[in-house]
Design a protein around this ligand. Sequence first.
Ligand code: FMN
Length: 188
Amino acid sequence: MLVPFGTDSGTTRLIAKKIAKQIKARAGDGVATKPVNVNRASAEDLLGYRALILGTPTYGEGVLPGIANGTDEAAWLEFLPKLAGKDFTGKRIALYGLGDQETYPTHFCDAMMDLHRFFSDAGAELLGATGTEGYEFRRSRAVVDGRFVGLALDQHLQHLLTDERIDAWLDQVLPLLLEVCEAPAAEV
Ligand SMILES: Cc1cc2nc3c(=O)[nH]c(=O)nc-3n(C[C@H](O)[C@H](O)[C@H](O)COP(=O)(O)O)c2cc1C
């Protein structure tokens, strides 16, 4: 299972590692689980897996991380064009996003929606919607029909809730992701 993330200041990398470690603890060594920064990944890296967990922070005023959106590091903004025209049919993708609901209460974790739209347009099955209870924000583009399209995490205001949120979310998405996982030998 691949765990690709975009990041600027490194927090999403820590979360990707945490998620990968949890998956290993739950699923064992039989499932190769690899966090990878999208600024070092190729389209083929992603296409080599049937199950992916994608993570992104939100930058600017509710946009994906990337140099044109004000981050120092290249991230999803530079990576998504490499996937233009690629077919993700048959793949399952769970999303999580990092944001700051106190400083950006009207754009909380917005960028998760950009990944959601991109990968559902590319044919993937998107998993992992979660409720909005327990958060304090005013608006988020990542909320559809009253639920976030993935797991929303806030390492600024609510970092103490992160481990339990990841735990509950993996209970929900991991069985569905493992269902489509290939044998490790077939993975890139
Ligand atoms: C310039 C800047 C703009 C941000 N804009 C938003 C935003 O619009 N919405 C949001 O939820 N969080 C926003 N954040 C908070 C980041 O998403 C949050 O700090 C995240 O944990 C950073 O992840 P990273 O360390 O992986 O880059 C912003 C942070 C910075 C520094």
